[in-house]
Design a protein around this ligand. Sequence first.
Ligand SMILES: NC(=O)c1ccc[n+]([C@@H]2O[C@H](COP(=O)([O-])OP(=O)(O)OC[C@H]3O[C@@H](n4cnc5c(N)ncnc54)[C@H](OP(=O)(O)O)[C@@H]3O)[C@@H](O)[C@H]2O)c1
Length: 467
Amino acid sequence: MTLIERTIEVRRPLAECFAFAADFAHIASWDPGVARSDRLDDGGPGVGSRYRVHVRFAGRSVPMSYVIEEWQPPRRVVLRGTSESVRALDEIRFEPSATGTRIDYRANIELTGAVGLLSPLLASTLQRVGDDALAGLSAALDGTGCSGRRPALVHRVFDRLLLPGLFGFTRLGYLRAARNFAPLDDDLTGRVVIVTGATSGLGRAAAERLAALGARVVLVGRDSTKCAAVERELRAQVDGARLDMEVADLASMREVRALAGRLLEKFPAIHVLVNNAGVLLDDREVTSEGLERTLATNLLGHYLLTNELLPRLSESAPARIVNVTSGGMYTQGVKVADLQMEREPYDGVVAYARSKRGQVLLTEHWATALVGRGVMVNAMHPGWAETPGVERSLPRFRRAMARLLRTPEQGADTIVWLAAARQAERETGKLWLDRAPHPAHVLPWTRQSEAERRAFVAALDQLLQAR
Ligand SMILES: NC(=O)c1ccc[n+]([C@@H]2O[C@H](COP(=O)([O-])OP(=O)(O)OC[C@H]3O[C@@H](n4cnc5c(N)ncnc54)[C@H](OP(=O)(O)O)[C@@H]3O)[C@@H](O)[C@H]2O)c1
């Protein structure tokens, strides 16, 4: 459930404001998220009046039914809205003010079905939709024009984020894209490839494929028993597999430093680093080093590991780094002033999305820093794949999407392609899904200036000091 609460002051008298805003027959003229609205009954509006409101959604016009539940002119109206994927309860209060009318708008919005699974990620988007709507109402009542004809932000977001999310990220999206894939048969003999999070899901699938292409694959996991079991299974599955195993908790900077030391000692050349390990947690956890665990695992550990291995990767050029991010990052920027999420209520999905946004920022940072050094750095989004991680962290999502989830191999395909394919050898600094580059941002507020990116990297360095 998302609660949108906004107050505006307009210069119009109370009765006129009520007559205009409480009757949703006018809503398309002020809310840019509405394409059209029709009253379904005759007579003046009142309790029981019904509207068919066509909301702009994913490039289409989706009908919503609204009914007036309470009608107290000129002070208050309550409307209930329903559609296949949205339930809304809108309350509008009108009070006279010194200069005209004060309007308090309160909307409770619940996304249901498959779209509902994305609610936590879309909460901030809905807030901005509320901003657009109230700005439109204010402009319409004050006669300064209205934003109703501008494509709504929600429209743009659903077009570019939700639709690809609901289709392109699924198994069907993969199958559609894979029709154009060239066979991945590059020979990786002699190449050393490090894969973090290789004991499960995408990391395991990528490790298997990379080993099958002839690479010497270093499986990094946090659990030695699990690592040993995966190593055994991969040896059984891949003829002549060349595998090594390293155990380290990536959320522990002490262990990451030790891991890097062992890798540098053991491997005179390192050609590929796949930063894949990741977690999505329900509750805020803090490591013994005082780090919020999602940040530590998904971002800081990989930042440290990559920095420690960079000189060796560079010496071993041509070399590649693949950062496994998530589509969740489309909804978030990084919060440099509060990387550990100490100053706001913890939300695991938001913490995850911010850590994944951080990986994209680091991809851009390293790609710029490494120009001319033969190390290509890219981020990829695997789509939605059925893995133990998804089963553990998003059980409702997994159940609802069961038939649409990718296999781990399909999710891992672009990891392997970026790590191995000749076609990808010159690519750097980009975000990929299904072997195609994608924009790293769809929302303006997730963008960072160059100065903000530098501040973000400096904040990571600061967190690493004394750890
Ligand atoms: N599956 C998807 O649909 C999806 C979508 C978007 C992004 N991703 C990203 O893809 C990556 C892989 O996810 P997955 O779905 O394959 O999840 P998974 O099945 O849970 O695999 C995650 C891997 O990371 C390891 N790991 C977790 N915390 C660690 C730590 N502190 N130190 C070392 N290793 C650690 C896990 O080890 P254990 O085996 O010991 O748990 C496991 O090997 C993650 O970065 C995830 O954010 C996945």
